[in-house]
Design a protein around this ligand. Structure first.
Ligand SMILES: Cc1cc2nc3c(=O)[nH]c(=O)nc-3n(C[C@H](O)[C@H](O)[C@H](O)COP(=O)(O)O)c2cc1C
Length: 274
């Protein structure tokens, strides 16, 4: 089997959790394999145009967040069309915000295999939720140890068989084919697909950071209170705003946030497969 000469991290990460997790795995493996790490951050629109091919000498660590139990639906076309392997070994990584990763990891595994990656390992890692006050402080020191142990297992596997991972071992729920339906505190479904961030004009100094970090390029650069494009609720504009001028006031979005904060305070566990 071809030896690995490079580690390539490939990730979509509007609020930074996925980047951090993928880089932790990459850092540990790079040390063990004595190879360099290159990063391909496809969060922003500028990275959504060109296709790239990875070789059999690369080890790709591919990370996306879980949205509604799946790969974010607006990100799926990027995963499907931008990245090609040549039987390139890959580690599929999803992060999730302390509720559940449902079928996002299984879906990512499947999509990578379709694009000629050979998925040898996979991990779903608990992180702070992007918009609800749950999973705060995750990944913590204990999580970091689990992540390092996972990287060590992958290293051992690479020295031995390097066999691809079966999808059935990581499937969470055979029946779940649809997206998770967000609920309010009364347990009833809420639909906040049309919600967009609002801007407190007294706080906003129009610095433009929100427009620059929006993965969909949806915020007007000249007047950042306008959001003519689609919003995937990723929270990049909220998290990166220096003056805390951005928020969501959509009542159904807030009802879902409250439901998560009511029902998902227990610490969820990360899961690793190799
Ligand atoms: C729109 C949206 C939907 C989400 N859906 C889920 C979910 O179904 N389950 C879950 O546990 N976390 C969910 N999360 C939390 C994210 O998966 C988590 O915060 C992730 O680590 C964010 O990644 P990033 O920091 O790389 O952007 C959701 C977050 C957003 C913004």
């Amino acid at each position: 089997m071809q030896s690995i000469k490079n580690i390539k991290t490939v990730f979509f990460s509007p609020t930074g959790n996925t980047k951090r997790v993928v880089e932790l795995i990459a850092g540990r493996l790079a040390q063990k394999l004595s190879v360099p790490v290159e990063s391909d951050d496809f969060t922003l629109p500028a990275a959504h145009a060109d296709t790239r091919t990875y070789s059999s000498e690369d080890l790709v660590i591919f990370g996306v967040p879980t949205y509604a139990g799946r790969i974010p639906n607006k990100v799926l076309p990027f995963v499907q069309t931008l990245f090609k392997g040549e039987q390139t070994r890959a580690i599929a990584v999803v992060t999730f915000g302390n509720r559940s990763f449902d079928n996002s990891l299984s879906e990512l595994h499947m999509e990578l295999e379709k694009n000629n990656f050979s998925v040898i390992a996979a991990g779903a890692v608990v992180c702070r939720h992007a918009f609800a006050e749950v999973g705060i402080g995750r990944p913590d020191a204990a999580d970091e140890e689990h992540i390092a142990a996972f990287a060590d297992t992958v290293f051992e596997k690479l020295q031995q068989s390097g066999q691809p991972l079966s999808n059935t071992s990581i499937k969470r729920n055979e029946a779940l084919t649809a997206y998770y339906v967000p609920l309010g505190t009364d347990g009833k479904p809420v639909n906040f697909l049309k919600a967009k961030p609002v801007t407190d004009k007294a706080q906003c100094d129009n610095c433009g950071v929100c427009a620059a970090v929006c993965p969909m390029g949806s915020i007007d650069k000249n007047d950042v209170s306008l959001v003519p494009g689609i919003c995937i609720k990723c929270q990049a504009c909220i998290v990166h705003c220096r003056t805390k001028a951005k928020s969501f006031d959509d009542p159904l979005f807030l009802a879902h946030k409250a439901m998560l904060e009511q029902n998902y305070t227990r610490p969820a566990a990360s899961e690793f497969f190799a």
